[in-house]
Design a binder for this molecule. Structure first.
Ligand code: HMG
Ligand code: MG
Length: 295
């Protein structure tokens, strides 16, 4: 069966903008987040507190959070890799952070400068301190179906990393197909391998055009939280083959057709993507945005 309601976890301001060549002015970022709130989003991943040299596009995270009008009832999680990032996030008064682990050795080295094992030395104090401060912690595990260097990722390796993050107290685990190589069979098998889907989310990049099909497979396997980015922008600067995320509008179009409630206003989402595309100087890759903005 399919769920009656799906929570769309919007990652455009973070996953989307971290990968744009153009540096987006902080005022535009703040307006972007506000427009997403107006469209009905209840969770908007706003930015990252990573090393500013690693991701210069999001170096203004403190400034952005100070500028945001954070509305009651909306969560604004931020990415945090380590204690330095957590300190910066707490100074900005965040109430939710997200740590991001790798399922493969090579990506742990490239994205975090750590190994598959030592990445946990970085996360453990972050998770413990965040929870003690009353801050919720989401976790990601990346490269769940494969990475550009090692090929297919063994499913047990993903389950091991992911379960460890959940056991540390993360309320949600987002399964990241960073380079978009998975297909629906992979999605079903991975969700089923975890046993209980109630704390899982899916995070599909659309590199091979499979994100929507994979999402449907994950929903049928019991997942109810789906990550997506406005207009399908995004990627990972430390995995060159990664393109944008599943577009929020493509997701909402499919869910609406299936009679699944998201609380989102598709017209406002499309208008926001068109507005953002003008600021980024390139059209949205989303088919639904293209179709609906031409009508
Ligand atoms: P490192 O070089 O090992 O850092 O990098 P370190 O711990 O050795 O510290 C070196 C210096 O950096 C120190 O300064 C620290 O204070 C400073 P010094 O004492 O030399 O003056 N530093 C920081 N400064 C500001 N903010 C911080 C911070 N941390 C250290 N947070 C590190 C390790 C984790 C910092 C680095 O690897 C990093 O920032 N990586 C982030 C990479 C990234 O953001 N990737 C994109 C997000 S992940 C993604 O997109 C995938 C996802 O979407 C899911 C999917 O698609 O699968 C989530
Ligand atoms: Mg991503």
């Amino acid at each position: 069966g399919l769920p009656e309601r799906v929570t769309v976890y919007e990652v455009g301001p973070r996953d989307g903008l971290q990968n744009e060549k153009a540096v987006v002015p902080v005022e535009v970022k703040a307006e972007f987040v506000d427009r997403l709130a107006d469209a009905g989003h209840t969770v908007i991943e706003a930015t990252s507190f990573v090393h500013p040299k690693w991701v210069p596009q999001l170096a203004d995270s403190g400034e952005l959070l100070a500028m945001l009008d954070r509305r009651p009832g909306i969560r604004y999680p931020v990415l945090v890799p380590n204690e330095r990032g957590l300190d910066r996030a707490l100074e900005s008064g965040v109430d939710e952070v997200a740590v991001f682990a790798s399922a493969t050795e090579t990506f742990a080295a490239k994205n975090l400068n750590r190994s598959l094992e030592t990445q946990f030395d970085m996360f453990e104090p972050v998770i413990a301190r965040a929870l003690a401060a009353g801050v919720k912690v989401r976790a990601y595990v990346s490269m769940v179906f494969g990475d550009p260097w090692e090929g297919p990722t063994p499913i047990e390796q993903v389950v091991r990393v992911g379960t460890r993050l959940l056991d540390l107290g993360c309320h949600e685990l987002s399964l990241g197909d960073t380079i978009g190589v998975g297909t629906p069979g992979h999605a079903t098998a991975l969700v089923e391998a975890f046993g209980d889907p109630s704390r899982l989310a899916v995070h599909f990049h659309d590199t091979y055009g499979q994100a929507l099909a994979n999402t449907l497979a994950a929903l049928r396997a019991g997942v109810t939280v789906v990550d997506a980015s406005t207009g399908g922008i995004g990627g990972c600067p430390y995995a060159e083959s990664a393109t944008g995320n599943l577009a929020t509008e493509d997701l909402v179009w499919m869910l609406r057709g299936l009679g699944i409630d998201t609380g989102l206003d598709l017209g406002k989402l499309v208008a926001t993507s068109v507005w953002l595309a003008e600021r980024l100087g390139r059209p949205s890759p989303s088919r639904v945005v293209q179709a609906l903005s031409k009508r």
